[in-house]
Design a protein around this ligand. Structure first.
Ligand SMILES: C[S@@+](CC[C@H](N)C(=O)[O-])C[C@H]1O[C@@H](n2cnc3c(N)ncnc32)[C@H](O)[C@@H]1O
Length: 307
């Protein structure tokens, strides 16, 4: 039986996924709506909100038959409809209810596998129990803090430190460049760092400064000299700038040997800058992901234990 790797493109970023498939030399065998199928086993891609491994087709004779076949394989099923929407929803309603409660920052991730299925034709399902995310269709939502963070940018760092860097933090220093109005600095302040260096040409909000342990520097991040710093545990950047400028800044700090971990948003203008994006990936052991809370931007990171 033919197995496929399914890539669910992010809404409005289908062109990015198509370009990435091309760059990776992956040929699309079948496609419906935002779902792209490639024969064989392949790794997750940046611009897929979820990657579904070992997908298989199976014939079904009725709504009950489809629900029975899905339930026989697993408990949790995220549905993406590509047609026959009503019929697909009826099948989904026969499956166990999903826990869709928004999660807390740093809450352990669900451990039950999250399946993915679609009704490809009225009498044919496409399914797998193996996906890249424990959340249905890769969509994770937080119980938001509507009081403290001065911008919604904090959700990116919440997602990053919940999904990709859940390890405990014991003191140390973090630096947040491009920090105004203070969402990321606030997140770092709620973690266990001894000191947060916050850098922007514009000030961060007073209520964040008033939390203490924050050393705010009103200057351009591009003028910073790594030699002026002691050890930095986390270098965080959400600066709005050309990817090439960010790459040069990151390289300067990485070459200094002072930084253990990096997490940086690579922001794009109207076009996705693939040339610079691929240069970021040349930094050994680093990764790029498109967080659920990223827009036309991606998150590059490098963890010390992998350097
Ligand atoms: C998207 S905002 C950051 C939001 C922030 N992470 C938060 O959570 O509130 C981007 C910031 O980059 C800053 N920025 C742009 N160029 C900069 C530079 N050369 N040095 C420092 N900050 C810069 C802007 O002033 C702006 O505040």
């Amino acid at each position: 039986m033919i197995q496929y790797t399914g890539y669910l493109a992010i809404h409005k970023f289908e062109a990015e996924l198509e370009r990435e498939l091309e760059i990776r030399g992956l040929t699309v065998a079948l496609k419906k709506d935002r779902l792209y199928l490639v024969e064989g086993q392949h790794p997750p891609l940046i611009w897929a909100q979820m990657t579904a491994f070992e997908m298989e087709f199976e014939s079904v004779t009725s709504i009950n038959d489809a629900a029975r076949k899905l339930k026989a394989r697993g408990r949790n099923w995220g549905l993406f409809t590509v047609g026959s929407h009503r019929r697909a929803e009826l099948i989904q309603s026969e499956l166990p209810k999903l826990n869709t409660k928004p999660i807390l920052f740093r809450h352990p991730l669900p451990t039950t596998p999250m399946g993915f299925w679609t009704l490809w034709e009225p009498d044919q399902i496409l399914m797998t129990t193996k996906t890249s995310s424990p959340f249905a269709l890769g969509e994770m939502d937080f119980q938001e803090d509507k009081v403290m963070p001065p911008s919604r940018a904090y959700l990116k760092l919440w997602e990053f430190f919940t999904v990709y860097a859940p390890e405990a933090i014991h003191g140390g220093t973090s630096i947040d460049v491009g920090s105004c109005p203070g969402g990321w600095t606030w997140v770092l302040r709620t973690l266990e760092f001894d000191k947060i260096i916050s850098v922007d040409k514009a000030p961060i909000e007073k209520r964040i400064m008033d939390m203490g342990r924050i050393d705010f520097r009103k200057e351009s991040a591009f003028g910073l000299d790594p030699n002026d710093f002691a050890e930095i545990d986390w270098f965080c950047s959400d600066i709005i700038c050309y990817p090439e400028r960010l790459l040069n800044l990151v390289k300067r700090f990485r070459d200094s040997g002072k930084v253990k971990n990096f997490v940086c948003t690579i922001k794009y203008q109207s076009e996705t800058d693939w040339e610079q994006t691929l240069k970021f990936l040349e930094i050994p052991n680093s990764r790029i992901v498109h967080l659920h809370h990223n827009k036309h931007e991606v998150t590059w990171f490098l963890k010390g234990d992998q350097q």
